[in-house]
Design a protein around this ligand. Structure first.
Ligand code: DX5
Ligand code: ZN
Length: 224
C-alpha cells in the first residue's frame, strides 16, 4: 500500500508561506495540504484561493485542498483554477454532496469526502463511488495543534473494510488532526494510508527526518 505524508500549511509561519511550501517539498512530502476555512462551517478563518495559487507557483507536488466550507459547491472551479489537485469536501456541508463530488471530477480534480469525528462511517458509504479519497478527521476541524481523538480509529477500519467490500482495496484513506510519529502507528494499524500533519512536521527541527520516520512507522504498522 502506498503511504503518503502531507504537511499541513496551517501550522507554518504565516509570514513565510512560500518558504514553508518549499520546505515541505524539499523534505520529501508526497503532497501539500491546505486548509480552507470560512468562519461558518468551522469557527476559524484561514486561507483563500490566493494561497493555493502561491503554493502552485512554488512547488510541483500535488496540492490537497481541504474545504471546511458550508457551501463548498460554490467554490469548486475557484480552487481548481487556483491549482488544487484534490478537493476534499465535508459530508456535513450544506450542499448536494454527490453533485459537488461529480463536479470536481468533471473539472479534472480528484474528489475527496471528509467526515467529522462524530459522523458515522455509514454516512459516506452512498458517495464512495464518486470519490478518489476519504479523509477521517481525528480532531474537530478548525485549528491545528489539537490532540488526536482516539475513538475515531474504529471508523477508519470500517471505511477500509467497506472499500474492500466494494472492490476498492487501494482507496486512499487520509487522517487529519493530531498526527505525529506516535499516533501514526494507530491510524495505519486501522487502515489509513495517508497522513496529514501540521504541528508535528512544521514544528520539527528536521522535517525530512520526521517524514521518513512517520512513513517508516506507517508502513510497518499498516493494518498490522
Ligand atoms: C484542522 C486541519 C488540519 C490541521 C492539522 O482543522 O484540518 O489539517 O492543520 O493540524 P495538526 O497536525 O497540528 O493537528
Ligand atoms: Zn485539513
Amino acid at each position: 500500500m502506498k503511504i503518503e505524508i502531507l504537511p499541513s500549511l496551517l501550522a507554518a509561519d504565516v509570514g513565510n508561506l512560500e518558504s514553508a511550501a518549499r520546505r515541505a517539498e524539499a523534505a520529501g512530502a508526497d503532497a501539500l495540504h491546505l486548509d480552507i476555512m470560512d468562519g461558518r462551517f468551522v469557527p476559524n478563518i484561514s486561507f483563500g484561493p490566493d494561497v493555493v495559487r502561491m503554493a502552485r507557483r512554488c512547488v510541483k507536488i500535488p496540492l490537497s485542498v481541504h474545504l471546511m466550507l458550508e457551501r463548498p459547491d460554490e467554490y469548486v472551479p475557484t480552487f481548481l483554477d487556483a491549482g488544487a489537485d484534490s478537493l476534499l469536501i465535508h459530508i456535513e456541508a450544506e450542499c448536494d454532496v454527490p453533485n459537488t463530488l461529480e463536479h470536481i471530477c468533471e473539472l479534472g480534480g480528484y474528489a475527496g469526502i471528509t467526515l467529522n469525528p462524530e459522523t458515522p462511517a455509514e454516512m459516506i458509504f452512498p458517495v464512495l463511488d464518486f470519490v478518489d479519497e476519504v479523509l477521517c478527521m481525528t480532531v474537530h476541524p478548525g485549528y491545528g495543534g489539537q490532540e488526536m481523538i482516539m475513538s475515531v480509529l474504529p471508523k477508519i477500519r470500517a471505511v477500509r473494510e467497506r472499500a474492500r467490500l466494494i472492490k476498492r482495496p487501494d482507496l486512499k484513506i487520509l487522517v487529519d488532526g493530531g498526527v505525529d510519529s506516535d499516533t501514526v502507528v494507530h491510524c495505519a494499524g486501522h487502515g489509513a494510508n495517508a497522513f496529514v500533519a501540521g504541528s508535528a512536521l512544521y514544528g520539527a527541527t528536521d522535517m525530512a527526518q520526521e517524514i521518513r520516520l512517520m512513513r517508516q512507522k506507517a508502513m510497518e504498522s499498516f493494518l498490522g
